[in-house]
Design a protein around this ligand. Sequence first.
Ligand SMILES: NC(=O)c1ccc[n+]([C@@H]2O[C@H](COP(=O)([O-])OP(=O)(O)OC[C@H]3O[C@@H](n4cnc5c(N)ncnc54)[C@H](O)[C@@H]3O)[C@@H](O)[C@H]2O)c1
Length: 355
Amino acid sequence: MTPTGVSGFTARNHKVLVEKGAGLGSALSDRTYQNAGATLVDSAKQVWDESDLIMKVKEPQASEFPLLRPGLILFTYLHLAADEAVTRSLLNRKVTAIAYETIQLDDGSLPLLTPMSEIAGRISIQVGAWCLQAENGGRGVLLGGASGVRPGKVVILGAGIAGTAACQVAIGMGADVSILDINPTKLRYVRDILGGHATTLMSNRANVEEEVVDADLVVGSVLIPGAKAPKLISRSLVQRMKPGAAFVDIAIDQGGCAETSRPTTHREPIYVEEEVVHYCVTNMPAIVPHTSTYALTNSTLSYGLELANRGFPQALARNRALAKGLNTFAGKVTHEGVAAAFNLPLLPLEEVVSA
Ligand SMILES: NC(=O)c1ccc[n+]([C@@H]2O[C@H](COP(=O)([O-])OP(=O)(O)OC[C@H]3O[C@@H](n4cnc5c(N)ncnc54)[C@H](O)[C@@H]3O)[C@@H](O)[C@H]2O)c1
């Protein structure tokens, strides 16, 4: 949470505990938190022990499991369906766990996922340009080209939040950009907002192949909600790409959209396979923690304040979108996807919210 976020709580007379140095990685000093009215404490354990509501970014790590306790409200990204150990720990310790990623508005959108997709999309072109540099194994193409020299060709698969953000940055850098999607409405939107500066194409096998083999940089930003990413790029297609081309697979957190994709980390973000430089970092926004912290706080703050102001379960009873975020309560699973993933009984949300 940013200091401004903290002041949102302290202005309503809530006490906010912040671990000393918690913001340093995001270039936010202790003093700015103090000025916002936060109480700085020496250890994360003290924050866990003395708080009713914990807001953070990552799911609880194994070292944090002993800090979980009955009735604690935990508000963070959880991705429980993919993590049995965290799920079991939250159930065993009877935590009230509300997941950022399952908060859902009536139109089906996921407002707490959007900011991270936008950031990942913007980063994808920045890191893709870096992958294309010769010392990284790239083919030495400058995306914007030069006077009298062609720009690089960028192909973006998926015109959702991440893909559209990538498209904007690629155009801004002067690249020749194509963007593909299976949803014509998404393509129409991109065409409208970018005034035709990118080529929009229907995503089908023929178009994907034709574009990918001609690309300097390919960005994978497809999503089928609740499912693994579709493998749009086979190994044989990667073999036909230009040697030294770059591929940034944003969708790697859903398994990736190429047969050659495997997760990497910020420490070792790239590998070369079939002569193509692959960048497959599962948590891209972590490389820009300052921007990401602001973007996250902008999206989480109103929900966090509602929880603090109204309490649980009243806040959920009044806000349907927030209620959909509830994943575990009193040792029971309250989210369909999580119950299905581990074959656990489901406690209907209505029973909790009306309690
Ligand atoms: N690696 C990271 O750090 C990171 C960060 C944020 C998001 N993500 C991931 O990025 C991906 C995109 O997220 P988003 O928020 O932009 O999703 P989104 O739903 O806004 O967009 C996904 C788009 O993919 C399109 N699509 C689906 N199948 C397709 C196909 N066969 N061909 C072309 N397009 C297809 C959909 O129509 C949709 O427009 C997700 O997998 C998300 O988890 C990764």
